[in-house]
Design a protein around this ligand. Structure first.
Ligand code: NDP
Length: 480
């Protein structure tokens, strides 16, 4: 059975404990590889390696750092088939999706930040006849990067690439549930000739490896993407140590549909924004609000489309949805569907586990589920389910739609469907989320700030925001 290794100081290493954890293929429900059960001792070795590497990496000309990142991007592109297959097996997502989205975007992240750093400049503030201030932006040191299981390599690279581009060294942990592509990335880094110790990947559990990274005194900045509860724990550990923190957390995103929208385009995209990646994208629109006058039309058309979605073997090109990432997560989603029923919700379609035939007979699959008849305040509509489950709620006025949309503790993204340009801008201004999509969903420009408000996070990543986060700022004032 394949044993994943840690990647520390440019070499592959066993965990100090010599213990391993089981890694499951969610589509078959079987163990297919072993993950290092690392702990604070492995993190310490990684920190020591990163500290050693920092003195040379941080002063390497940015053109050379850029070349390293571009080489990694090129190798990811060359190995897209292998990486996509690994991502699909590890996570349960359809292979076509891993290829089209996850791995392609992981390569783009390295490309983008590998070139962005060449154009990154700092500000100056002239004081007319008095003098001038200029701002220095320097690498900080060792960045701790912790990422979740839903878009494994994509989100891992989203952090690592800007951290390295800015001249930091990294100690990173991918989710213990989906470690495979992070491991394959370490092989790519060796092939790309990345200097040893610049990137270190320590595999293992959140409460061991993750906690050792966030509490380590020599790691002054933490970039974390994951659940809101974990974000709270990390903030509680890091804040008293005055660490720089970027927290990209959960969402309960509204998808608001007005009667004047382009119905067909909206329907097409709403199916995707509800169920892509089995609904396990932090940006999925899980609460759908529909203007009353088209509620029935939308409901009928949407449910008809959703019933046609195929839940199947992730290897199969015709599968729209693959497996849920773990048995535990599948049970959590099913428990929310039960809760929705108790709260008075009516299941319009789905609601059950899917038992497939053949090699996937023991896999963890769920029907895409649509629920109506719930109040906007019930737990089903307030808590993040993070699965293929959406609720439908009618609204009467723009004000009511806005009120419903803003009624959760979350504020990551939102989607608006309307042809009325004034209303679109008015709503975009008033909606409490870090990202607003108008007449589209998941359209990404890597230059734009990415992140949430309220319980969806602190700080922004993407574009200059990421390079600003991963650099320390110093103002220098000169009097004429
Ligand atoms: P978790 O918060 O459970 O885990 C995220 C990462 O943190 C994992 O690597 C995990 O390790 C690690 N971790 C767990 N506990 C600790 C700890 N005490 N200290 C440090 N690290 C720890 O999230 P999930 O992996 O379940 O991901 C799903 C969540 O991520 C959803 O809430 C989703 O909304 C959110 N998300 C947010 C995004 C955004 O951009 N805002 C994007 C994508 C997802 P381990 O796996 O070993 O537990």
């Amino acid at each position: 059975m394949l044993k994943i290794s840690n990647y520390i100081n440019g070499s592959f290493a066993e965990p100090v404990s010599k213990q391993y954890l089981d890694n499951y293929n969610p589509a078959t429900g079987t163990i297919y590889s072993l993950i290092p059960d690392s702990d604070e001792r492995d993190v310490q070795v990684a920190v020591d390696a990163a500290k050693n590497a920092f003195s040379s990496w941080s002063v390497l000309p940015k053109e050379e750092r850029s070349n390293h990142l571009l080489k990694i991007a090129q190798l990811i592109e060359e190995k897209i088939d292998v990486l996509a297959e690994a991502e699909s097996i590890d996570n349960g997502k359809p292979l076509w999706l891993a290829k089209k989205m996850d791995i392609t975007r992981a390569a783009s992240n390295f490309q983008f930040f590998g070139t962005a750093i060449l154009h990154f400049a700092s500000e100056s503030h002239s004081m007319e006849n008095v003098g001038i201030n200029y701002t220095l932006r320097s690498p900080i040191g060792i960045a701790g990067c912790i990422s979740p299981w839903n878009l494994p390599l994509y989100l891992f690279s989203w952090k690592i690439a800007p951290a390295l581009a800015a001249g930091n060294c990294v100690v990173a942990k991918s989710s213990e549930i989906t470690p495979m592509t992070a491991y394959l990335l370490s092989e790519i880094c060796v092939e790309a000739g990345l200097p040893k110790g610049v990137l270190n990947i320590v595999h293992g559990l959140g409460n061991k490896v993750g906690n050792a990274i966030t509490s380590h005194p020599d790691i002054p900045l933490i970039s974390f993407t994951g659940g809101t509860q974990t974000g709270k724990t990390i903030a509680a550990t890091a804040a008293p140590m005055f660490k720089k923190l970027s927290l990209e957390l959960g969402g309960k995103n509204p998808n608001i549909i007005f009667a004047d929208c382009d119905f067909n385009a909206m329907l097409e995209t709403t199916v995707r924004s509800s169920f892509t990646n089995q609904g396990q994208i932090c940006l999925c629109g899980s609460r759908i609000f529909i203007e009353k006058s088209i509620y029935d039309k939308f409901k009928n058309a949407f449910v008809e489309r959703v019933k046609k979605l195929k839940v199947g073997n992730p290897k199969d090109d015709t599968s729209n949805l693959g497996a849920i990432v773990s048995q535990q997560h599948m049970k959590k989603i099913l428990s929310y569907i039960e809760l929705a029923k108790q709260e008075g919700g009516k299941i319009l379609c789905g609601g059950n586990q899917v038992i497939l035939k053949g090699e996937c007979e023991n896999g963890w699959f769920l029907e895409p589920t649509v629920i109506e008849g719930l109040s906007h305040t019930c737990r089903t509509n307030q808590e993040e389910i993070f699965g293929p489950v959406v609720t439908l709620t009618p609204f009467a006025t723009e004000e009511e739609a806005l009120f419903f949309a803003n009624s959760t503790p979350y504020g990551l993204s939102s989607t608006l469907w309307t042809q009325d340009i004034s209303r679109a801008h008015r709503m975009a201004d008033k909606i409490k989320s870090g990202i607003v999509w108008i007449n589209c969903w998941l359209v990404r420009d890597l230059r734009t700030p990415f992140g949430g408000v309220k319980n969806s996070g602190v700080g922004r990543e993407g574009g200059w925001e990421a390079l600003k986060f991963f650099t320390e700022i110093k103002n220098v004032c000169i009097k004429y």
